[in-house]
Structure formats: structure tokens, C-alpha cells
Write a protein that binds this ligand. Structure first.
Ligand code: SAM
Length: 272
């Protein structure tokens, strides 16, 4: 079965944040970067997909790059960058464990995709990878999901809708399954029936999603070491995160101090 990520145009029309939202999100990213003296530096978008945010940032003079595991989504990013008249350094890779030789001023992880990293070893490896890529004093900005429903405990079908797209329409629906309370993860599947003229394509994507809160993220990051948790802010205006934010930005500052011995030990016996 195909994935929605095999159809970057359709992804953009049904799942990507709307262009006006992307502009507002990037306004806040630029404000965070500027208050750290990063006026036009190098920014890597993690799990960039079609790079909506990196393209918008590149239009404002930043040197932007993106990493994603899907070649089709990277092709979509290339097309989007070309149409916007900007160039991006796009690389295929796994955000759990990657190398980026050129030191970056900042990394960003947008659209609440971060909860897709579920295992503790994967999180340790991910933060170590980003830390190797970002220069001391640089930033890591993570758009975090603020779902408050906890871990799903039943099967249900939800969110059935038909979305008009260029040259056709897409039927979308979701299935949720009982999650894993011990791991703090929910499981869901997204289905699309893409009808373009006479052509019908179906996609199915299954995602395991970790439940996060600012508090448990702070504990996680501080226990890893190597990052200072600057704070959690509204994506709209950078005010302190409030109850009604569906997602918000966690801003981390990469310290000179080495990661904790415990995190280093996990890495040594774990993924690397
Ligand atoms: C929901 S999309 C978000 C794309 C983009 N951040 C945005 O704002 O539209 C999730 C993306 O994460 C990518 N992805 C998921 N797991 C990944 C991994 N382990 N390494 C690299 N990319 C990953 C998928 O290929 C997909 O493009």
C-alpha cells in the first residue's frame, strides 16, 4: 500500500499547514532566531517533508536545508523551492541518527511531527544527532503537539471527510487503536482515497505517537544534558504557552557542556 508521503502534492493540500499559518509560524521562528542574534544564518528543517517552513525561511534570507527519509517528499520540496525561487540543501536521511558536517546555527522540527520519535533510545540518539549538527550557542526549535487526550484506549473511526484538491478530490478517514499506556504512545492509521479524474489511488499510513507535555519534555532534555531548555512559547506570538494552544514551540539552546554520562552510556550501548 502506498503512503500519503508518496504524493507530496496531495500531502500539501490535505495535511500541510495552510500557507497563512506557515507564514505566521515562520514569523515566530524568525523572531526567536533574531533574539539570539541569528539574523540570516543556516537552519536545518528536520523531517522536512515538502519544506513549507524552510522555503518560507529561505525567502527571508536564511540558508536553509532539509532532511527527510522520503525521496518523493524531497522531490516535492525541490519543486516548491524552485517555484519560490530559492535553493535548499536537501538530503535523504533518518532524523533518529544522522550526521551533518557543516555546523548549523539552528535546527527546527515543525508541524508537530516530533512525537513520531517514540522510543527512549531513539530520542537519545535524535538529540545527540541534532547536537552534533548545531554549533554551540545554536538553537533547536521543536513544534510540539499539545494533545491532551492521553493514550487512546479504544478502537474508533473518525475524521471522515472529502477534501477537494486540484483535478479531483480525496476521501480521508482515520482509525485509532488502543495505545500502549506503559510506553505513553497512541496508534493511528490514516487512509486516503485519491480520485484524480479516472484515476484512483489509495494510501495508508500507520503512526505511533508519543504523548508529550512541556513538563516531561523538560525533564527528558535536562536529563540528557547538552541543551538548555529556554522555554515553551505560543507559535502565534511567543507568549508563554497557554491552555488553548494546540501546539507550541520548545526552544533549546545548545550548550558547550557535554551530555550527561548516563546519556552517553545509553548511546554507547544503544544505537551507535
Ligand atoms: C507529517 S510530515 C511533516 C512534514 C513537514 N515537517 C511539514 O511541516 O509539513 C512527516 C514527515 O516526516 C518524515 N519522517 C518520518 N519519520 C522520519 C525519520 N525517521 N527520518 C526522516 N524523516 C522522517 C516523513 O517522510 C514526512 O515527510
Amino acid at each position: 500500500m502506498k503512503s500519503l508521503y508518496d504524493f507530496p502534492d496531495i500531502y500539501d493540500q490535505i495535511l500541510c499547514h495552510a500557507p497563512d499559518v506557515v507564514i505566521q509560524e515562520v514569523n515566530s521562528i524568525v523572531a526567536i532566531l533574531q533574539r539570539h542574534g541569528i539574523g540570516s544564518g543556516s537552519v536545518l528543517e528536520l523531517a522536512c517533508g515538502t519544506c513549507a517552513h524552510a522555503v518560507e525561511l529561505a525567502k527571508r534570507g536564511f540558508r536553509c536545508s532539509g532532511i527527510d527519509q522520503s525521496p518523493a517528499m524531497l522531490d516535492g520540496a525541490r519543486t516548491k523551492a524552485g517555484a519560490a525561487g530559492v535553493s535548499l540543501d536537501l538530503r535523504r536521511g533518518n532524523i533518529i541518527d544522522f550526521e551533518w558536517a557543516e555546523p548549523l546555527d539552528a535546527a527546527m522540527f515543525m508541524s508537530e511531527t516530533f512525537p513520531l520519535i517514540t522510543g527512549y533510545d531513539e530520542l537519545v540518539s535524535h538529540f545527540a544527532s541534532v547536537r552534533r549538527a548545531v554549533r554551540p550557542g545554536g538553537l533547536y526549535i521543536v513544534d510540539i503537539d499539545a494533545h491532551r487526550h492521553g493514550v487512546g484506549d479504544k478502537y474508533e473511526v473518525w475524521g471522515k471527510r472529502t477534501v477537494p484538491v486540484q483535478d479531483g478530490e480525496v476521501e480521508v478517514w482515520h482509525e485509532s487503536f488502543p495505545g500502549d499506556w506503559i510506553q505513553g504512545t497512541s496508534r493511528m492509521r490514516m487512509h486516503c482515497r485519491i480520485k484524480l479524474g479516472e484515476h484512483l489511488q489509495e494510501t495508508e499510513d500507520e503512526w505511533v505517537i508519543r504523548a508529550d507535555s512541556p513538563w516531561n519534555l523538560r525533564v527528558l532534555v535536562e536529563s540528557l544534558g547538552g541543551w538548555h531548555v529556554e522555554g515553551f512559547y505560543s507559535w502565534r506570538d511567543l507568549s508563554p504557552v497557554s491552555e488553548d494552544d494546540r501546539h507550541c514551540y520548545m526552544v533549546l539552546n545548545r550548550t558547550e557542556a557535554q551530555p550527561s554520562a548516563a546519556a552517553e552510556a545509553r548511546l554507547a550501548v544503544g544505537l551507535r
